[in-house]
Structures are given as C-alpha cells and as structure tokens.
Write a protein that binds this ligand. Structure first.
Ligand SMILES: CC(C)(COP(=O)(O)OP(=O)(O)OC[C@H]1O[C@@H](n2cnc3c(N)ncnc32)[C@H](O)[C@@H]1OP(=O)(O)O)[C@@H](O)C(=O)NCCC(=O)NCCS
Length: 147
C-alpha cells in the first residue's frame, strides 16, 4: 500500500523484499483502516521505543493512503483511532518523523521538538504528549534518527 510513496525506483517485488528485511518494520505493529469488504484505505506502523530515555513511548511511521483514496479523511481517521488505542494502553508519548508539512500532524496535537532532538535533514521530529515541557528538558532523552 505504501509502495507509491517510498519505492524510490524499485520494482514492487524488490521494495517488498526490502521492507521485510528492515528490522524496525518487523518489530512494529501494523495497523490498517479497511472498509467492510476488507479493502485497505490507510495504514501505519506503531514502533515500540524502549531505549530512548523515557518510558511509555512509541513511534508512528509509514503512514500511507493509496493515491486514489487520498483526501477522503482515511489517514486522519486511522491516526485518531491509533491515538485512542494508545491512550487506553497508557502510552504517554507518541513520536514521529514528519515528511509532510507539520500542520498535518499538528491537527492531532503533535508538536515540533526543539532543534536538539532533530536528527534528520528532511523530516521533522514531532511528539504528542501531555508533558511537552518536562520532556524537552529531560537530559536523558536520546532519540534515534529513525523510530
Ligand atoms: C499523507 C497521507 C498519508 C495523507 O493521507 P490521506 O488519507 O489523504 O489523509 P486525510 O484525507 O486524512 O487528510 C488529508 C489532508 O492532508 C493534507 N496533506 C496531504 N499531504 C500533505 C502534505 N504533504 N503536507 C501537509 N498536509 C498534507 C491534505 O492537504 C488534506 O488537508 P485537508 O483535510 O485540509 O483537505 C497521504 O497523502 C500519503 O500516503 N502520502 C504519501 C506517504 C507519506 O508521505 N506519508 C507521510 C509520511 S510522514
């Protein structure tokens, strides 16, 4: 489903093979939004984050909607649903790297982290948390350039 966004010139077969090899994809939990016929409308991966210096944290990644289904609210519905699920699991901090303009994720209360947390040139690290000030002043936090 995310092939259109991240194929980088690879065939679908090679792209899927590469995805299977990426360890972080294997560790994450894959969620999809589908209709009653099982047709997939949007997807994302929730990555457990264990060694970043703060507990109860996950990362969201690989959010994608097929081009022909975009702008119908599917990614938004999925993100809202995942936020609800994660809050029921007592997850307090949800990180992501945004390849989009950050306004999209700001709709779901994600905030841009200060420069010292930014590890990628073309993606902006954001977090959704109730304790933003505490988090950004916590010297133990060490984010990786991927989630
Ligand atoms: C980003 C993406 C997942 C959105 O999926 P979607 O199902 O179309 O999202 P929704 O319909 O819920 O929301 C659409 C809104 O997102 C906005 N949006 C789409 N691309 C955007 C971008 N690059 N920057 C900012 N906002 C963007 C649209 O303008 C639209 O805004 P509106 O509600 O004011 O009209 C989809 O465009 C996609 O798969 N893109 C390619 C993969 C990608 O870049 N994923 C994000 C990685 S961080």
């Amino acid at each position: 489903m995310a092939y259109h966004a991240w194929h980088g010139g690879r065939s679908q077969e090679v792209y899927l093979k590469d995805c299977r090899l990426i360890e972080i994809n294997q560790k994450g939990e894959h969620y999809v939004l589908a209709n009653v016929n099982g047709e997939l409308h949007s997807r994302l991966i929730v990555h457990p984050l264990q060694n970043i210096g703060i507990k109860n944290s996950v990362g969201l990644g690989s959010i994608a909607t097929p081009p022909e289904l975009q702008n119908k609210g599917y990614a938004s519905e999925l993100i809202r649903g995942i936020i609800q699920i994660l809050s029921e699991q007592r997850i307090e901090h949800i990180f992501l790297y945004s390849d989009l303009s950050p306004e999209f994720y700001a709709r779901f209360e994600f905030q841009i982290l200060p420069n010292q947390f930014q590890k990628q040139e073309n993606s902006i690290c954001m977090v959704r948390t109730q304790s933003f000030d505490l988090l950004i002043n916590n010297p133990k936090i060490c984010l990786l350039p991927y989630l």
